[in-house]
Design a protein around this ligand. Sequence first.
Ligand code: HEM
Length: 339
Amino acid sequence: MMGRLGTFLSSLGTPRPPRLSADGRVLRFDIHQRIQHVLMFSSLITLVLTGWPLKAAGVGPSSHLAKLLGGVETLGIIHRTAAVIMLLASAYHLFYLGLQAARKQLQFDIVPGLQDLKDLAANIRYYLGLQPEPPKFGRYTYFEKFDYFAVFWGIVVIGGSGLILWFPVKATSFLPSWAVNMAFIAHSDEALLALMYLFIFHLYMVHLRPAIFPMSWVWINGRMSLEEYEHEHGRDFARIPAADLEAAAARARGGAPAPAEAPKEAPKEAPEVAAAPRAVAPPKPIVKEIEADEIVAAARVIVAAADRAQAQGEGDGAEAKPEGDVGQTGTAEGDATRN
Ligand code: HEM
């Protein structure tokens, strides 16, 4: 017996290093885990939206919501349907864990340990300003582990009490009658607790924190960028084999070998640098305009000189061109000089 337990425990081994996807990101959740998560939170939101108007159907906003969602009877049907989806999602997860164990792929790094207490203490010290850096977390932080195991507890309490409320006659065939009263209290108290925890703490920690805002995409694509992973799970990031990181970097460069990175970056800059002189080029047309003005001015000078020569050649000057022409010439010369 002890031998078997020992073999089992050693088969668990050290957790495997993070795996990278084809696009060089860390694979965080596979498709089953993502489906389970979507089923879980969509059924939970439905249960919240229908549960509260069920509890207080005649009061304040709950009465409006109850009317909007089709009345108390319809609310009950939607609530029970969503409850079945939530229970099926839980069963799906347990089946998935069993399958992973059968394939010897079950990972135990979600199980809380001494390191989590150390991380918690270090994080509190960091928040109090007693240490400069937050702790580097493993694959799952202590608060992620809490999120995960809180669902097990929550499903047992809320699902168990919900089933008692759903089938009170059957339940009281093997439970004392006060179990129904207790179920009422436990059900809505646990509902309130879950609601507060998930919508305040969970939502903030996984989506709304400044480092992540407005949303983490992991629940949709199951992947996390290497930069984000290093920031959020630094201890686990350090376990990624160097060869995997190098392969990811090479893929990001489009398959080029490492030394090519610098020259590959350079052309990005190059067109901008080359574009700069072109941007300065516009003065050229101005120069051309100046040249045209000069030609016009020179032409005017020549015409004025020719006029003057003609006037002198015509003798006594009585026939000379009017002063205005000379004035114009002077203006043209001045213009040309200024230009
Ligand atoms: C698998 C889980 C669940 C089952 C089987 C279940 C079942 C039920 C049932 C049968 C009722 C009585 C409905 C009626 O009177 O027509 C009820 C009420 C209620 N449920 Fe759920 N439920 C579940 C999960 C949840 C969750 C996740 C929440 C909220 C987070 C929730 C919140 C409530 C509330 C607030 C009430 C009203 C309780 C009262 O009147 O005091 N339930 N539930």
